[in-house]
Design a protein around this ligand. Sequence first.
Ligand SMILES: Cc1cc2nc3c(=O)[nH]c(=O)nc-3n(C[C@H](O)[C@H](O)[C@H](O)COP(=O)(O)O)c2cc1C
Length: 177
Amino acid sequence: MATVVLGICGSIAAYKAADVASRLTKTGHQVHCVCTPNALRFVSPLTLMTLSRHPVVSSFEDESTDWVPTHIALAREADVLAVVPASAHSMACFAHGLAPNVLTSLYLANRAPVLIFPAMNSFMWDHPATQQNVQTLLKRGDRIIGPAEDGELACGSCGKGRLVDVDVIVSHILQVL
Ligand SMILES: Cc1cc2nc3c(=O)[nH]c(=O)nc-3n(C[C@H](O)[C@H](O)[C@H](O)COP(=O)(O)O)c2cc1C
């Protein structure tokens, strides 16, 4: 059985990560949810913990249970790091090596394949800053799946930016494993 580290960012699509965690857990894999502090505004750690059957890590305060910091221990253990959904802010942190929270720190410590599933407003996605970050991450070997080409976004506008379907996310993660 493999270990999936599921990174979750502050996007309206964060609730879909609960379904991803549930489906991967049911396939028999170990799923560890690592949330940014902003992700917790959108999805409950209780939901994620129950569905993944592991405690959720979202703060450096959660890391006081062992002498090895949890973000380092999980990075060592990971067979894949999947970020669902990936926000513009966290992608910028990844691209620039900024590590203000557990997820962004784990990204730097991780050497397993990285799958990034972005979700954001289409103007945020199209912005040259985001597109430069996308190019940096792709050149580094991270895989970026999505956002979906078209559709209605939570902000009320239409266009590219929606998280790809949960089926697509799960099948990409399982392919890597
Ligand atoms: C209701 C709401 C929905 C949001 N949805 C998104 C989103 O889908 N994608 C995104 O990049 N940012 C979104 N944001 C903004 C992020 O939450 C914000 O940039 C935050 O700093 C991201 O932090 P994180 O990357 O550390 O999780 C949203 C904000 C609000 C208030």
